[in-house]
Design a protein around this ligand. Structure first.
Ligand code: UD1
Ligand code: MG
Length: 443
């Protein structure tokens, strides 16, 4: 069957106290909206409409970037009103419709599939969850035969209803045409004077359609409404990503200190020491080792390579097989070939480092003149002496050596020695004579 979805993302997000729309706040390096879209796509939903506030241009831009349509909810009159605002965008659609809150980043494709399966039983389904602490979620009341009786919003609930722990998980499924008929009939006679999506099942029941329940654990349905909940969701997502990495054969010595992005790819037998951050776009191949206190972003690390401790890999970096990047070394937009080593205190930016080259401590590529970036090329087997400044664009031929402390401004021929530093001279006995003179002056 054709599947479409509406993602509700027009809420003011007041509790976040942010200039950034709530659904653009990131979890594991990806905006919350991106996580919800990924879960829907994973469950085979092709067409997605994101409902936004008039001021939500950044949300619309991001939605379009993800291949979604957008709709505008002119006034924030509630979740039911928001869903109805997508009717025009889906006027030509018939099939199964999912309606999902945009602020539930931990939802997964499997959970969406469970809601779809529940819908096929009665024609309408709601995702529900038992919470240890149900806080401000809408409470779910059931009929004796296990269907949804009604949802009571926390603000409208009496003391007895507030004791219920089964809650609304914020995901619904129905036939699209039926759903828009029900959503169009919602009223706002409640504590918040809003059109509640949660009243849709009641309207369906008047037509004889029962609402089935699908169940998820509380991690999958957690809603993010404040910075504290954002941090909590991040923590839960990190736990999920750490467990997935370990299941895939990655060693994490202290998993709770390693931070992943949604797209981090670590192959089996990768070893990650404590306190490592993987920002987006990182792939680490089988058998590589990431030592403590490294930060990696937009980088690929080949098997057998050793990174860190205390190294930073920035976007556009590729580290070859068995290469070593040591402490206080930063690499940006550079290719480090097989077996090359930069072990201490170095900046390699916009550089190609040939196989087996050795980069001495304190080497700096001077890649930027304040206007343009220029490349440095170091040939295979070259030896860059400590404290060499490589003023790009510049090439050091294969097998060449640069003397320690050199400022290299011209290309170096293969197998040559380049020395570009002041020549040392010596004044015998000068230091002793100097001390004697200073002492006699003091008397
Ligand atoms: C909502 C549910 C609650 C459920 C909880 C699950 C309603 C009335 N309540 O409460 O039963 O337990 O989610 O997380 O549905 N939005 C709009 N336009 C609006 C209002 C909201 O697009 O006018 C969007 C928000 O951007 C958000 C989603 O709808 O993504 C849910 O709104 P939110 O204010 O977070 O509702 P909750 O109080 O969390
Ligand atoms: Mg919410």
């Amino acid at each position: 069957m054709n599947k479409a979805a509406i993602i509700l993302a027009a809420g003011a997000g007041t509790r976040m106290k942010s200039a950034l729309p709530k659904v653009l706040h990131k979890i594991a390096g990806l905006p919350m909206l991106g996580h919800v879209v990924a879960a829907l796509r994973g469950a085979g939903v092709e067409r997605i409409v994101v409902v936004t506030a008039p001021s939500g241009q950044p949300v619309r831009d991001y939605a379009h970037q993800l291949g979604c349509q957008s709709a505008v909810q002119e006034q924030q009159l509630g979740t039911g009103h928001a869903a109805a605002s997508a009717a025009a965008a889906l006027a030509d659609f018939s099939g199964l419709l999912l309606v999902v809150n945009g602020d539930m980043p931990l939802v997964s494709a499997a959970v969406i599939e469970d809601v779809i399966a529940a819908q096929s039983r009665t024609g309408l389904a709601l995702l529900a969850c038992n919470f240890a602490d149900p806080a401000h979620y809408g409470r779910v009341l059931r009929t004796p035969d296990g269907y949804l009786d009604r949802i009571v919003e926390y603000k409208d609930a009496n003391a007895e209803e507030r004791r219920i722990t089964l809650c609304n998980g914020g995901c619904y499924a129905a036939d699209a045409r039926s759903f828009f008929r029900w959503a169009g009939a919602l009223r706002n006679d409640n504590a918040q004077k809003e059109y509640y999506l949660t009243d849709v099942p009641g309207l369906a029941k008047t037509e004889g359609t029962q609402c089935s329940l699908a169940f998820a654990d509380e991690v999958a349905v957690m809603g993010v409404n404040s910075r504290a909940e954002l941090a909590d969701a991040e923590n839960k997502m990190q736990t999920r990503l750490r467990n997935a990495a370990m299941t895939a054969g990655v060693t994490l010595t202290a998993p709770e200190t390693v931070f992943f992005s949604h797209d981090t790819k670590l192959e089996n037998d990768v070893e990650v020491e404590p306190f490592v951050v993987f920002a987006p776009g990182v792939t680490v191949r089988a058998g590589a080792r990431i030592r403590s206190h490294c930060h990696l972003e937009g980088a690929e690390v080949a098997g057998g390579a050793i990174i860190g401790p205390f190294a930073r890999l920035r976007p556009g970096t590729s580290i070859g097989e068995g290469a070593h990047i040591g402490n206080f070394v930063e690499v940006k937009n550079s290719r480090i070939d097989k077996g090359a080593k930069a072990n201490h205190l170095t900046y390699l930016g916009d550089a190609n480092i040939g196989a087996g080259a050795n980069i001495g401590a304190g080497t700096i590529t001077c890649n930027y003149d304040g206007f343009t970036k220029a490349r440095t090329e170091i040939g295979a087997g070259a030896f860059i002496g400590s404290d060499t400044a490589l003023v790009a664009p510049v090439k050091v031929g294969p097998g060449a050596i640069t003397a320690a402390g050199s400022v290299i401004t011209a290309d170096v021929s293969p197998d040559a020695l380049a020395i570009a530093r002041g020549t040392q001279s010596e004044k015998r006995g000068w230091a002793a004579a100097f001390r004697a003179r200073k002492k006699s002056e003091r008397k």
